[in-house]
Design a protein. Sequence first.
Length: 340
Amino acid sequence: MQNIKVLVVDDSLMFRKFLVQGLNEQPGLEVVAEARDAYEARDAIVKFRPDVMTLDIEMPRMNGFEFLKKLLPQYPMPVVMVSALDGKVFDAMQAGAVDFVNKPTSMDREEIRRFIRQELAVKVKIASTVKKSKLKMAVHTRHAGTDFVRPGKREIIAIGASTGGTEATREVIENFGRNIPGVVIVQHMPQGFTSMYADRLNDICQVSVKEAKSGDIVKPGQVLIAPGDKHMRLVRVNNMYQVECKAGEKVSGHCPSVDVLFHSVAKVAGNKAMGIILTGMGKDGSDGLLAMRKAGAVTIGQNEESCIVYGMPKVAFDIGAVNYQLPLDQISDKVYQLLR
């Protein structure tokens, strides 16, 4: 089996060398070129035809976001952003990047090697599985939201997503009106970025969006996003739905885990809930979604054609956890239909 060819783009010579060495140490990966800015990167793409590119956000002459906007229409390829704690990474995701990792703040060699082994190499391998046709979908304009008419018996909407999910989740909740039942979301994302992601969505959506904290009440018109380093569970206190956010060991390979959220929703909300599983690698959320369906919840899975990575929704569908499997752009309409 051929190695995955990687292009590393970063303006820091020292960090770039660490990335090149570290990625070359990982089985199945081969760094075929490195570049310090967008112009060198473009030449390297033409010459070496890499399978995946890692890209820094802040670079001289042209930043990573602008480069992506110019690059992907000409050379569709999976891109993993290597970003400091910066909201611009979500601009890059909207421009078509597949995923991102949080750039280490330390230049300690062992810490960087651990970061490459446990985070970056994993994301690069996942990105290499994304078909180029899916990348073109990622830059489509999303349609505007609509007002909700009247809620039915469903009181909770729980959503889980991973790779490709920042944009998929945005498209779904951007079409939710202010009277939508309370929404709880687990999106696999590093600590710190979830708060910026919530703020970004809050600015563009009709619903209110915030990073969740323990004790937050789940109420109509509000979306709560699990913190990047804590599991989020639905609980019932004084006849009200609330969330509980606590650090813990990884479940189904993640913290926060979609399974943790979905299992809690199945237990607490039962047939008054709706579950949605979106694009992502692995199986996190599939068991929890099955538990929700068995408890009487209605469940939706994103279909293969519209997924950046058809992993989590596929496993959920295969084990019988999904009532309705739909293209991404039909999910919010189906939510309204089911609520009515």
